[in-house]
Each structure stands twice: as C-alpha cells, then as structure tokens.
Write a protein that binds this ligand. Structure first.
Ligand code: PLP
Length: 381
C-alpha cells in the first residue's frame, strides 16, 4: 500500500506523470489566500466573498483561513454551505428575488442581511423577517459601462424606486443600507465612482442615513497577459469618493468580490483530442464545461501549451479555431486563438485565471465535463 500524492508542485509535474485524459483544474491555495489578503489589506471596509463564483469547499476554507469573515449567498444551499464551513461568518443574502420558503430558510439560519430591488420583494421580507437588528440593502442600477457585460439587465432598482424603497426599509424598522454591482470583470474604476455618488444622492433624496454601502463585486481578475488589474487603485478611488460623496454621513463600506478572489487561484489544463487536418483544435473541455464564460466575456489569453512530456511548446503562434468535445456547433471558443505552431495531438493547453464561473457552470452535456481538481503549490508551469 503506497501513499498517493495529494499536493503537487505545479501543473507540469502532475500532467507529465499522470497523463490525464480528462480536463484538470489546478487549485493553488496559496493564490487564493494571497488574493484574500490583498483585499483585506487594501479595501477600506468589510470584505465578503460571493460564493456563487466558486463554492468549492477548499476554496471557501482557504478564504476563511486567510481572514474572510463575510459571505454573499444567493440560495439556501449556499447559506448552509457557509454555516457549515465558516459557522461564525456573516451571511449576506443578496439575491434580490426569493421564494417564501427560501426567506424562511434564511431566517431559521439567523441571516441578518438581505438586499432588495422591488416593492413586492420588500413586502415579502417585511412579512417574514423580524426587523430588529436586520439590515436591508436597496440595490440600484445605473446605465454605466466598464464591465464585461451589463449586470443591470436583471437586478437593480432605478434611482427613483431606490429612494422609495430606502424610505420604506427605514420606516419598517430595518437597518437601511444601499448596494450595487457595477458588472463583472469591471476594468474601469470610475464605474464605482458613478455608483457611489448616486448612492449618496439617493440617501439625501430619501432623507435616510444609511449604515453601510456595499460596493458589490465586479473587481477584475487577470485575463489578458498585457493587462494586470490594478485593484488597489480602485480601492483608493472608492475610499476617496465615499468620503467626498457622504461627508460626515459616510457609511461603513462592504465589498463582495467573487471573481477577484477565486479566479487567479485556478488554472485549467485541457487536452488536445485532435488537430483536425491541421486547422481545427479539438479539446476535451469547452463551452459546456469549464470554458462556459469565454463566449460571454471574452477569451483569456494567458495560455500555454505543454507536450505530454511536460515541455513548453514554443513554436511561432498560429491562429487556431478551437472546438470543445461535444457534438454541438455552439461548442466553439470565440474568434481565432493564437497557439504555438508545433502544437500536437495529446498536448495540454493550459489557461491561467480559471477559478471563477468554471467549476459551477460545467454542464456534463454529451457525457463530457468530468473535470478533476488537483491541488498545487504554484500554478506556474
Ligand atoms: C455575482 C455577484 C457578485 C460577484 O461578482 P464578481 O463579478 O464575480 O465579483 C457579487 N454580488 C452579487 C450580488 C452578485 O450577484
């Protein structure tokens, strides 16, 4: 009986010794903890984790170990997960539309913070959630650009409605707060500026002093090799604008990043199943598996290719059309993706920055998507 190895040095060591035929997501706990510390050290307020972006237990445990004390949950499942893994943490139930049985579940688990963007959903909360010591944050939206796609399409009250909701929240005896989400992978810090200034206007129009302002998620992860997100600049801007906009009434700040905490803690290795007539690359993972997000928010260009022996392919790049393994023609990565010209069948294509919206959105369509997770000390090849 031998001990099987559970922590690998890096993806290269795993790939060349294991030769996996199914996709592998490599998880580096050190990268997750470093991302958490970067937020805790830099953000001028409470850092919470948006669980939906990667609810993996190892992910949550590492964030908790690094000091994350609050979690943004969207469902009873996520609430129970956090109660089990981080029993003392604060839970913010920030999915603004909930069935009554979901609200009852949250109340029974002691959840004390909710968001809302409509009168009908606020009415449900008023009927079901005891007001004392409970925060309700009004979520609003603005037509601002900067993110990879528009989050305001589904959630968020208009400014006028937000004023009305904030008044009702305060009148019903809840702790009034405001929240927004500028949109995911938001690379323009000024999106936060516009939202924070408008939040201050909403409080003035409502005549309500808010306890907290939750500036949402949307902080970018590192997708493009040439663009390293400068998250600290966004923290500085949020801090300055909050003081300018609210003055003596400045609320406590909260953020709820998902992608920026988990994205850079994982790399994906997908194997080349076929190089069809030297033009089309067929991988064992695609848009129905770990690469679901690429057609929606753009390709990650931090890609390297390893031979089965673990050698980096360094040939001049050729633009390739990349297909996933299913029989659906939608299962194609967007555009032409440059890959080394010496790429061959059996190679591994490795994407950095694959920790967010990848493990959770895998569909298993067509019988593919049996993705393994391997823990590594570092994601560097
Ligand atoms: C998805 C979501 C987040 C996290 O967004 P990221 O872009 O991953 O940071 C935060 N808050 C709410 C309410 C969300 O729905």
């Amino acid at each position: 009986m031998g001990l099987s190895k559970t922590i690998w040095t890096n993806p290269t060591e795993f790939l060349k010794t294991q030769q996996p035929d199914n996709p592998v997501l490599f998880f580096a706990p050190s990268a997750a903890q470093a991302a958490a510390r970067r937020f805790i050290d830099g953000f001028p307020g409470l850092v919470t984790y948006a669980v939906k972006s990667n609810p993996g237990e190892a992910m949550v445990e590492n964030l908790a170990a690094a000091g994350i004390r609050g979690y943004d949950c969207a469902s009873p499942f996520e609430i129970d997960l956090i109660r089990r893994l981080a029993p003392d943490a604060a839970i913010h139930y920030n999915n603004p539309v909930r069935a009554r049985h979901e609200i009852a579940h949250a109340v029974a688990r002691g959840v004390k913070s909710y968001s809302v963007d409509s009168k009908s959903e606020l009415q449900k909360l008023i009927e079901m959630v005891p007001a004392s010591g409970t925060e309700i944050s009004v979520r609003f939206k603005l037509p601002v650009a900067g993110a990879a796609y528009n989050f305001g399409a589904k959630f968020g009250a208009t400014v006028d409605l937000a004023v009305e909701l904030l008044k009702r929240v305060a009148a019903a005896g809840y702790i009034p707060s405001i929240t927004f989400h500028p949109g995911t992978q938001c690379t323009d810090p000024h999106a936060w500026e516009a939202y924070i200034r408008e939040a201050a206007n909403i409080t003035k129009a409502a005549g309500v002093r808010i306890a907290r302002l939750n500036v949402g998620g949307g902080f970018p992860s590192h997708r493009m090799a040439a663009i390293v997100p400068q998250i600290e600049d966004t923290f500085t801007l949020i801090d300055r604008v909050a003081t300018e906009a609210f003055g003596a009434d400045r609320p406590e700040l909260v953020c709820e990043p998902g992608r920026a905490l988990c994205g850079d803690a994982y790399a994906l290795a997908a194997r080349v199943k076929a190089l069809r007539d030297d033009t089309h690359v067929f991988l064992n993972d695609g848009v129905y598996g770990s690469l679901t997000e690429l057609p929606m928010i753009g390709v990650i260009d931090r890609i390297e290719v390893l031979s089965p022996q673990g050698q980096k392919r360094l040939g001049d790049e050729l633009p390739r059309i990349i297909f996933g393994p299913t029989c659906d023609s939608v299962d194609r990565l967007p555009g032409d993706i440059p890959l080394p010209g010496d790429l061959a069948e059996g190679d591994y294509v490795i994407w950095q920055g694959m920790g967010s919206y990848s493990t959770v959105t895998n569909t298993r369509f067509n019988g593919f998507g049996d993705v393994q997770i391997a823990t590594v000390l570092t994601l560097k090849l």
